[in-house]
Ligand binder design. Structure first.
Ligand code: GAP
Length: 440
């Protein structure tokens, strides 16, 4: 059955409302009136996010011999950001309306006048997107620190710290998941563009002569990753950066884009960063960041192929892609058709009624399953209503203990997407769940 049949204009409103109502995502500091473009993840949002990050880590680190993990500090030496080019170049041209004081990115408005009120606009001026603060009690230039605008630099400065102890040989990669901060001029579209967000980045260090080969390799791998979390292939496409949008550090760059209700937008960037980063850090610090290839007796600065994904943006794509409405028996059924891999709750366990020993059997199954999976127990109200509540939060399976269970140790499995029910032995349930989440 086709996923997501909701009119584009309504979809974001419906999702924002569902996320608030069911505890996925809500405005930060809401009881104080909220803070622009900052969001908190509630119980189900936190589970969804963990599942995305864990699957990324599993595929990018655990299942590979050639990638190591890292968790670097958010605050880094201020010189890192001078060397990387962020202090000089991580800017957006900004214009202000002299009348209503609204701010716009100069390259996003087509008119000479303010799009809000028609007022006169200031001349464009460059605005640096990094958040700046001070370390220690004295607020002077020496104490300036930046909240990192990307996790990547933590990897570059630790290249040898990781390579040495892990005894990795080029080609190999370093992966990291963590918060990044950008003082965006025009945040918005829910969690699409925020000022605080999480990135899942991997830097792959290679011999310069092999850059095209590895660039293509990582493009393929990262595309497949989105299919593996259940995203519809027809909603994904490639966008190659032309000379005007190529970042200062990149020789070649492609974005994986998704068709959001507000247009095709970037989801992940794959970049050939050449030896730009390691060379710059080496020059700035005087440290030799060349790699010694023992076999070839050759010393060189590795090139880097970067895969840079946004965790919050991926989560938004999972929500948008999964949301579906349909009419069932005269009522609208809203359902999140998450892949079981990312679904916040993997299964619900219900006794059909609260008597005849059914709650006891259901509790036992629930307690067995929760050792391995995030599952949910519910015995309140009509079973049909309980199914609907689980549909709305994207739980792929509901296991119901009924009269027959007490005789033959079977339960019904109600499948979220088809709403079909099948009967299975209780003993087979854990493996069935495992296979649906992680594959056979
Ligand atoms: N290290 C390279 C780098 O940071 P980027 O294209 O600027 O590249 C990578 O960012 C990814 O981070 C984007 O594709 C997007 O998913 C996510 N991202 C960037 N800015 C964001 C923001 N303001 N809010 C949410 N996600 C953001």
């Amino acid at each position: 059955m086709a996923k997501n049949n909701v009119v584009k204009d309504d979809l974001m409103d419906k999702l924002v409302s569902l996320c608030k109502r069911r505890g996925f995502i809500f405005p930060s500091s809401e009881i104080y009136g909220g803070i622009n473009a900052c969001w908190d993840y509630g119980p189900l949002g936190a589970e969804l996010k963990r599942n995305i990050k864990e699957f990324w880590w599993r595929e990018m680190v655990h299942r590979r011999d050639d990638i190591e993990g890292l968790d670097a500090a958010i605050l880094m030496h201020q010189k890192v950001w001078h060397t990387s080019g962020h202090v000089a170049e991580f800017t957006d041209p900004l214009v202000d309306c002299k009348r209503c004081k609204a701010r716009f990115k100069a390259d996003e408005i087509q008119t000479e006048k303010c799009p809000n009120c028609g007022g006169e606009l200031t001349a464009p001026r460059n605005f640096n997107l990094m958040f700046k603060t001070f370390m220690g009690p004295v607020e002077d230039d020496a104490g300036v620190v930046y909240l990192r605008p990307e996790t990547a630099q933590g990897i570059y400065v630790n290249f040898l710290n990781v390579q040495g102890p892990s005894r990795q040989k080029v080609p190999f990669g370093i992966a990291q998941i963590g918060k990044a901060f950008r003082n965006e001029i025009t945040p918005g579209n829910f969690i699409f563009r925020t000022r605080e967000f999480e990135q899942m980045e991997m830097q792959f260090f290679i011999h310069p002569s092999e850059d095209d080969k590895w660039f293509e390799y990582w493009r393929e791998k990262r595309w497949q990753w989105y299919l593996d979390i259940g995203i519809r292939v027809e909603k994904l496409r490639w966008h190659e950066h032309g000379p005007n949008d190529l970042a200062h550090y990149a020789k070649k760059a492609y974005d994986i884009q998704y068709e959001f209700p507000f247009g095709w937008k970037e989801l992940e960037g794959i970049h050939n960063r050449t030896d730009f980063d390691l060379s710059r850090h080496s020059e700035a610090t005087g440290k030799d960041l060349r790699y010694w290839d023992e076999e070839k007796k050759e010393k060189f600065i590795p090139y880097i192929i970067e895969t840079s994904a946004g965790c919050d943006r991926t989560l938004l794509v999972c929500l948008i892609d999964a949301y579906h409405e349909e009419e069932v028996k005269g009522e609208v059924r809203s359902v999140l058709r998450f892949h079981p891999r990312v679904a916040p709750i993997k299964a619900a366990v219900f006794p059909l009624v609260k008597k005849d020993g059914m709650p006891e059997v259901a509790h036992k199954l629930y307690n067995d399953l929760r050792k391995r999976f995030k599952v949910f127990y519910d015995e309140g109200g009509a079973v049909g209503r309980r199914y609907r509540r689980m549909d709305e939060v994207g739980t792929p399976f509901c296991f119901t203990v009924d009269g027959q269970t007490l005789q033959d140790e079977t339960v019904t499995i109600r499948h979220r997407d088809s709403m079909e029910q099948t009967r299975h032995k209780i003993a087979a349930i854990p493996d069935l769940l495992e296979t649906s989440i992680n594959g056979g």
